[in-house]
Design a protein. Sequence first.
Length: 337
Amino acid sequence: MTQAATRPPVRRRGGLGLAAALAVSVLALGAACAASILLGSRAITAGGALTPTELTVLLDMRVPRTVLGLLVGAALAVSGALLQGVARNPLADPGVLGINSGAALAVVLAVTVAGSGAVGAAVWFAFLGAGLATVTVYGIASFGREGATPTKLALAGVVVTAVASSLTSALVLMHVDALNELRFWQVGALAGRYWPVIGQLWPFLAAGLAVAMFAARPLNALALGDDLARSLGTRVRMTRGVLFAVVAVLCGAATAACGPIAFVGLMVPHLARLATGPDYRWILPFSLVLGPTLLLACDVLGRVVVAPAEVQVGVIVGIVGAPVFVALVRMRRSVEL
């Protein structure tokens, strides 16, 4: 008797259980938003009258920071889920496939060479960099008879990430002014991004997320393999092209605003699958909620752990994300064995 025949069936929650789990996740997101608004170097109480200083901190700093965390966390998590489905690779995410690095390199070029530090201009450079990185990775992986296999996509992404990151570091070190301007942005930060930044970026993020929410059916088809997906009526190449474009928009806007933040796009879809299984009709909504929950929780932790100083959210996500991701992988392996 084969191992597959003796493997016990994996229990999946029904639709009612998944809806309840999603509702709990939304409540957790609400708690993270409240903590992001109320906690920091200057604590603000939920009840009672606010001083003018506290009101300014609340409306001009904490609320826009929280809104941006919502948008960027959702964008990174959903783009990671899209990439893992398109590439059929559980290790695919915007960081691994070089998309974040390409966007970051383009923004650094905008600041160091073109002298444009405004988000209104930088976001277009970020879109260009993310798009070029996506095309480059897919083009390199497409060489050969078998085309862009999941393994080749991952290897091409590693190469593009290494080259883009090296060029970014070289440019920043060659320009001292850019180093001072980009040192917090380069590690990933929500601090200092206020309403003008959100006003420039939210249409791109909202549009990308809206399109992504309708991608569950083609992603479920792609998970069955290209041949079977075609037999089910899915246009495989067009679907991959559209979803890669959506990822480029989401990652370009998120990177332009906050810098390259790792681990969110890699870890959150795995966390969602622990609750949902392989069905993208549920993976995408859970990623939409869990991504900003993780990002805001890490941002709050970075504010309070060394108060009144602050650790940027990209550093906290990396510190928290590595052991959590290892634990998730071990849990998934124990379930599959």
